[in-house]
Design a protein around this ligand. Structure first.
Ligand SMILES: *[C@@H]1O[C@H](CO)[C@@H](O)[C@H](O)[C@H]1NC(C)=O
Ligand SMILES: *[C@@H]1O[C@H](CO)[C@@H](O)[C@H](O)[C@H]1NC(C)=O
Ligand SMILES: *[C@@H]1O[C@H](CO)[C@@H](O)[C@H](O)[C@H]1NC(C)=O
Length: 353
């Protein structure tokens, strides 16, 4: 009979055991990864898939990961993206027949090994998808000479997926300014004392009252944002980091959908004016200092007519916010139908700054 290890060498054996377990785990992960790619795809029940048609030309679009792990139905594309046929799937069994694979940056930037490790089928597009700013998008170089198309909030992406935009107003959608009971609000979840926006706020609050909502501040439920913010005359749409076209739901949803006048801190005014009329917002850079901005806001507070001028553009236009993840992937489907036969991007980091 074999005797067990002596207690003095117990740690040694336990160490070996750990190493072996880890090696077995690595091997298992490796095979499992290849297995998921090489096995035959499981066709979804197409009767349940309005986006898929047996008679028309379909593109198979594979979501390499669910964005941030968040899952949703891929069966139906919202208007206006319901015009083209695609089979959207998150099943990696489709890899070998997919016309395009979408890589959501934040899910794969941790390691290059999370990208497909087997050859790319002829003619398959690799689509890079990212709605985060360059400050929060590490390892862009992983994608050099790999991807064919970009999809992001940058207007010069191959597929432009902004956080919001303006549409023509129907004559019947008359806008009325919501009842106002407070002056200025700011909703902030990521409090970084060194960021420009927190430093700006620290000065500004000396001159005007500001209600701050979010973590460590006044509570505000996600569903209540619009109803609460609409009671404020001004909303501080201060971006977390400053980059070309990086204009987020802070402007489109929190301020504009609420019917509050946005005071923006982000890229320069000219950049905002590519997407919005110049009289739809107040830019912090319009003033030499926070004190002068405060003086101006207090002036508008006392002058209804001047305040209302910030809403004149709404007689012709209305803000719309992105319909979320599914709309982004459906838009990719539409645009892939007209993508160039060949495209490649050699240096993503040089562009995405
Ligand atoms: C596919 O979906 C339809 C409609 O829901 C259902 O009647 C049918 O049984 C499903 N077929 C399979 C093979 O699951
Ligand atoms: C909106 O305004 C137009 C023009 O002033 C008017 O004809 C129309 O009846 C209004 N619609 C509503 C729903 O109030
Ligand atoms: C996509 O880019 C890769 C890498 O540059 C290239 O090999 C491939 O031919 C491109 N495919 C298409 C469809 O443009």
């Amino acid at each position: 009979m074999k005797t067990g290890p002596k207690s003095s060498s117990g740690n040694y054996y336990f160490g070996i055991f750990l190493i072996q377990s880890f090696a077995a785990f690595l091997l298992f992960s490796f095979y499992r990864n290849n297995y998921t790619i090489s096995r035959a795809p499981t066709w979804p029940n197409v009767t349940n898939s309005p986006a898929y048609s047996e008679s028309e030309s379909n593109l198979v679009v594979l979501l390499w990961t669910w964005p941030f792990g968040f899952q949703f139905s891929l069966n139906e594309c919202p208007k206006p993206y319901d015009t083209h046929r695609c089979l959207l799937t998150a099943d990696r069994g489709f890899y070998n027949i997919a016309n395009a694979v979408v890589f959501h940056h934040r899910d794969v930037c941790g390691s290059k090994n999370t990208l497909p490790q087997i050859p790319r089928p002829e003619g398959q597009y690799w689509l890079w998808f990212n709605l985060e700013s360059p400050s929060h998008s590490p390892n862009l170089n992983f994608f050099d000479k790999l991807i064919n198309l970009t999809m992001s909030y940058r207007a010069d992406s191959d597929i432009f997926t902004p956080y919001g935009w303006l549409e023509q107003n129907e004559a019947t959608d008359n806008f009325t300014i919501p009842q106002k009971s407070h002056l200025a609000a700011w909703l902030v979840s990521n409090w970084n004392p060194r960021s420009r926006r927190v430093q700006f706020y620290e000065t500004l609050k000396n001159y005007i009252p500001i209600h701050v909502y979010g973590q460590f501040h006044l509570p505000l439920g996600r569903m209540d944002t619009i109803s609460v913010v609409s009671k404020y005359k001004f909303y501080f749409a201060f971006e977390k980091s400053i980059h070309t076209d990086y204009i987020t739901e802070k402007l489109w949803k929190n301020a504009l959908m609420s019917g509050s006048v946005p005071v923006v801190l982000g890229p320069p005014r000219e950049n905002y004016e590519r997407f919005l009329p110049s009289d739809a917002f107040i830019h912090v850079d319009d003033f030499p200092s926070a004190k002068e901005l405060a003086t101006y806001l207090l002036e508008l507070d006392k002058n209804d007519q001047k305040y209302q001028e910030y809403f004149q553009w709404r007689s012709k236009l209305k803000p719309v916010t992105s319909l979320g993840w599914i709309a982004n992937y459906c838009q990719a489907c539409v645009e892939l139908h007209k993508a160039p036969a060949f495209r490649t991007i050699s240096n993503l980091g040089k562009w995405f700054t």
